[in-house]
Design a protein around this ligand. Structure first.
Ligand code: ATR
Length: 280
């Protein structure tokens, strides 16, 4: 064990993760000393891997697919966001205890409002999907008080269950919160967010183009090849397309802030990451 504070991202798969690079840049730019690695965890080995990492002096983890729900369950304490989402992407390990938080939604909101320059208050928002990715961002989206938020999903019952869990919050923000089946949206929206894994299974864009209006912002929570079909579809229909790279960096920035008490320069690191990933 070294004296350097250790962090890691745990997932399966995890080799593709950009988190080690992002956190290394955050640390360099804020003058923090830490070590952040990627740990491939066996599908039935998450609890043991987490225990081992904590026992070895680990200070915090990011959690990615497919362990976000298990991470929320295993934690000793949970933020309100985790309680609502049932999933955690950030663990703080301290004094032998595990605290779970979820920064995915904060990252998405920051990327939409600051990165794309679109305030969500008073807007009409469509969230496509009702799995873990959608659940993780719904409460932070609602907290920005959009006028209307529709959750639409191939399996409508899942959208209904997700909406049901967030009705009290929607009342507070005076947001009209509804659940729809994927062919059902009959109106258009200011902001459309794709939180499905449709592209990974070879599926197309899961909603009709009528949800877009000229100048809408269409965001995919993925980046790279899996996001491309959705982004091309949005652009072809006159919308502004935005991939999930900004959300990735912003959620990492929120995790870094939780762990280190310092807010890193997310916009700068996003620009660097885009340059790094740009085709030569
Ligand atoms: P994640 O944690 O990535 O959200 P998940 O919980 O398995 O993963 O959820 C995947 C989401 O993508 C769900 O909303 C799923 O729709 P269903 O609830 O109907 O399964 C959606 N999805 C996956 N493949 C899809 C496809 N081909 N067309 C439309 N939606 C799809």
């Amino acid at each position: 064990m070294t004296g350097t504070d250790r962090y890691c991202v745990m997932g399966h798969p995890v080799g593709h993760s950009r988190s080690p690079w992002i956190h290394a840049r955050f640390a360099a730019l804020t003058g923090q000393t830490l070590d952040y690695g990627a740990q491939l965890v066996a599908l039935d080995g998450f609890a043991a891997a987490l225990r081992d990492f904590a026992n070895a002096g680990g200070r915090g983890c990011n959690i990615t697919v497919p362990f976000k729900h298990e991470a929320a369950r295993l934690a000793d304490t949970r933020s309100e966001r985790v309680a609502q989402a049932g999933a955690a992407n950030t663990l703080v390990l301290a004094h032998g205890r595990i605290h779970a938080d979820n920064t995915d939604g904060l990252g998405l909101v920051a990327d939409i409002e600051q990165g794309a320059g679109v305030p969500l208050a008073g807007r009409d928002v469509l969230l496509i999907g009702a799995g873990g990715a959608a659940a993780g961002v719904l409460a932070p989206l609602l907290a920005r008080a959009p006028r209307r938020l529709a959750v639409c999903n191939r399996t409508q019952a899942r959208a209904e269950a997700l909406v049901e869990r967030h009705l009290a919050l929607a009342m507070l923000t005076k947001t009209e919160l509804t659940a729809l089946g994927q062919q059902a949206p009959e109106t258009d929206f200011d902001v459309i967010i794709n939180a499905t894994s449709s592209s990974l299974s070879g599926g197309g864009v899961p909603v009709p183009a009528s949800v877009l209006r000229p100048g809408s912002l269409a965001c995919d929570m993925m980046y790279g090849a899996p996001a491309q079909g959705f982004l091309d579809w949005a652009t072809q229909h006159g919308a502004h397309a935005r991939d999930g790279l900004g959300m990735l960096v912003q959620q990492a920035a929120e995790s870094f802030l939780l762990w280190r008490g310092v807010r890193p320069p997310a916009e700068q690191v996003l620009a660097e990451l885009r340059a790094l990933l740009a085709p030569a």
